[in-house]
Write a protein of this length. Structure first.
Length: 724
């Protein structure tokens, strides 16, 4: 295993390219397999066969509900219609052939019709309502659930498999006096099942989890079974020529994580990975050797090696979760990469059915001109999950090495957060709707509902201290997303000479992130209007970076993997190219709290004041932020002292701040000034504002007159306030 990178730039120049190459190779393979499933789909019977051969002009072989469910679940992951085991939807695969979505729909409808007709799960290999077929159909029903795909289809699938699952689950869970696994498996006469096989136990457990939810039951039988078999396999691994089976070990790790995650600590999981890594030295594909079923004729049926690899992938995913540190992905990736090389060496390709068919057949037979479509579906499961693991690893590794500020995901209620931080109590101030209500409609709800009409970027502006950071944190909490904060210092950390390379590395890191909030905190220096004096007067280093920064933000928006927020105190100074539709989806002005909201804030801190006192304090607190008010109010301070504190607290906003900027702005911030003027009116300060305008220096008066004349709407609103 190569040495781990120590810097972001080192990783991007070395390991990153290996990870990307694997992702590209996987995507090309998935696109080729998709062509095979399109060519082999039986439109008459709305299903796929078990296998095709190089000599075939038509697809043939047995047909079963299990095969259809396995293939549909795999295709669903490829096209993004179904989910990985943790419920996270898979990222779309590029360059997929046309027609894949159509056969997915047709195959799904065909399976539903067959289940409705048969009233049971049918398998030509294992018999009716067997464990494997039930578990694969259950998995398909579960996989469709998070995507919201056709509720009717989901309900039908669940309805027709739930009775069969219940029959087995009652034996496994509710009858402690019976050897439940043996009884459930021996009911089927087509094959003789092995009752103490972890692969079969895992299929039963996953069927329960898929249809009932992993948290709806806790079975000590399952836990005891997987714990005993896990430690048995770990013991066997230390004995040469023993009964050690890597597929059993992987099944036990996944099963125990599903039914009792607390039973698998990092030491135990790390030991399991070490054993499997050592086993790859003699068997790159973790060769299963313990049958899960046999026939009276002596034929044995073994799990596929890819099914063991899939269990290990899912187990790694469960244990790592959304953690940023202390994960196992980096340790496991070289093992999965070696397995993927073994898979590629076994790939079968031939021309049949008018297409180039690509797939795999069971490693337990020698059939170079055969593709088993059910086996190939399990390879798809591996490729999709390995690709997702690589993408998460890239995102995690680059984020950690970048050294930027990261707030881990926390849960929060949007309504409560909006009530606390929304600055406008009503929608009358500057005739603008409440900011948090608009953010809910534009971002929070669409992302929670996985809407295709989601927005991905926003510009938040307004005076300092008005809650831009709080808004970003609120969105992150409402969506349970990680918050990544980017500041100017993150780009300058490597020194002026390397700042462009650093900026490129930072944005490569950001483009790798998904399901997170990226908060650009006052990076105005990189985004200034190139026609303004502010741009011309700044350091040449920032001038040099600005054009590239515009392109990088555009590329980040096009990725559509995360929400990014550009926060600034000076919206009118930002280059128009940044604010262009397609780069910034929405813009929001954040203001200090209005009078009603200021009174409400003070009341939260001091319930001992009456309404008259609160109104007096609310007027005195004009232009102050939530935090400023909290500091000034105190706990036991008398009313007059609180009013005085509020009046004399330093302010970073107010009409006087904008009047001082008259000659320095290319475009006057009309909306912000009007808000400040309306707040002055609320606080009975309108006469003071009139005096401030009348007392402007001569050059400032000229600038004021120009600003008024350039906007008829601004002029009209000033007249309504009696200021012009």
């Amino acid at each position: 295993m190569s040495e781990r990178a120590k810097t972001l730039e080192q990783y991007l120049s070395d390991h990153y390219n290996d990870d990307l190459e694997d992702i590209r190779s996987i995507e090309q393979t998935l696109a080729a397999i998709a062509e095979t499933y399109i060519a082999t789909f039986d439109h008459t019977n709305k299903c796929w066969p078990y296998e095709i051969t190089s000599a075939s002009h038509t697809s043939h072989g047995k047909k079963s509900h299990g095969t259809s469910a396995m293939i549909l679940s795999a295709i669903g992951k490829v096209i993004g219609e179904s989910s990985l085991r943790n419920g996270a939807t898979t990222e779309s695969i590029p360059r997929l052939p046309k027609g894949l979505q159509e056969i997915f729909e047709a195959g799904l409808n065909g399976l539903i019709e067959q289940l409705q007709s048969a009233k049971k799960c049918v398998s030509g290999t294992f018999g009716d309502n067997d464990v494997l077929t039930i578990s694969h159909v259950a998995e398909l029903a579960h996989a469709l659930r998070p995507s919201g795909h056709k509720a009717a289809a989901e309900n039908t699938l669940s309805q027709h498999v739930s009775s069969a699952v219940d029959r087995i689950s009652k034996l496994v869970i509710q009858d402690p006096a019976t050897d439940a696994f043996t009884v459930a498996l021996r009911e089927n006469a087509e094959v003789q099942w092995s009752p103490r096989n972890a692969f079969l136990a895992l299929r039963v457990l996953r069927a329960h989890a898929d249809l009932q939810g992993a948290g709806t039951f806790r079975s000590e039988r399952f836990r005891a079974f997987f714990e005993a078999h896990l430690h048995q396999q770990l013991s066997f691994s230390a004995i040469p020529d023993s009964r050690f089976d890597p597929a059993e070990l992987a099944s036990c790790l996944e099963g125990l994580l599903i039914c009792a995650q607390e039973a698998v600590d990092t030491v135990l999981f790390g030991r399991g990975l070490s054993v499997l890594r050592a086993n790859q030295e003699t068997s790159a594909y973790w060769r299963p050797n313990r049958p899960f079923a046999d026939r009276p004729t002596g034929e044995i049926i073994l799990p596929l090696s890819v099914e063991g690899a899939n269990s290990l992938l899912r187990a790694t995913e469960i244990l790592d979760g959304t953690k940023l540190h202390g994960t196992f992905a980096g340790e496991a990736i070289p093992m999965f990469r070696r397995f993927w090389r073994w898979l590629r060496a076994r790939k079968v390709e031939f021309d049949a059915l008018g297409a180039r068919c690509v797939g795999w057949h069971s490693e337990h037979i020698n059939a170079p001109g055969t593709i088993h479509l059910w086996d190939t579906s399990q390879v798809i499961e591996f490729l999709v999950a390995f690709r997702a693991l690589l993408q998460r690893h890239i995102a995690r590794e680059t984020l950690v090495l970048s050294g930027v500020k990261v707030d881990e995901a926390k849960q929060g209620n949007w309504s409560e957060l909006a009530t606390k931080y929304e600055p406008l109590s009503v929608n009358t101030l500057i005739k603008s709707p409440q900011v948090f209500e608009r953010v809910r409609a534009h971002f929070v709800d669409p992302w929670l509902k996985h809407s295709p009409d989601r927005n991905y970027s926003m510009l938040v502006y307004g005076p300092p201290g008005t809650g831009k950071t709080s808004l970003a944190k609120s969105i992150a909490q409402a969506l349970s997303f990680r918050l990544v904060t980017i500041t100017v210092s993150d780009f300058l950390g490597a020194g002026g000479a390397l700042v462009e390379a650093r900026a490129k590395a930072i944005f490569q890191m950001l483009e790798a992130q998904s399901n997170c909030i990226i908060f650009f905190d006052e990076i105005d220096a990189f985004l200034l209007d190139r026609d303004s004096s502010h741009y011309r007067d700044q350091d040449t280093l920032f001038q040099f970076l600005t054009p590239g920064m515009l392109t990088k933000i555009n590329d980040l928006r096009e990725r559509e993997r995360a929400i990014f927020i550009v926060a600034t105190n000076y919206e009118n100074r930002i280059d128009p190219a940044i604010k262009r539709t397609g780069r910034i989806d929405k813009r929001y002005l954040l203001l200090p709290p209005d009078l009603h909201k200021r009174c409400a804030i003070i009341k939260d801190f001091r319930k001992d004041f009456n309404d008259e006192a609160l109104l007096r304090m609310g007027k005195a607190a004009v232009y102050l932020s939530y935090k400023d008010i909290k500091v000034a109010v105190g706990k036991d301070t008398a009313e007059d002292e609180v009013v005085e504190r509020l009046k004399t607290s330093p302010r970073s906003s107010g009409y006087d701040v904008y009047l001082k900027r008259l000659r320095s702005e290319t475009t006057f911030p009309y909306l912000e000034f009007l808000a400040a003027a309306e707040m002055a009116k609320e606080a009975d300060l309108l006469n003071e504002l009139k005096s401030a305008i009348d007392g402007l220096a001569e050059k400032d008066k000229v600038a004021w007159t120009d600003a008024v004349q350039q906007s008829s709407t601004f002029k009209q609103r000033l007249e309504e306030l009696g200021l012009n």
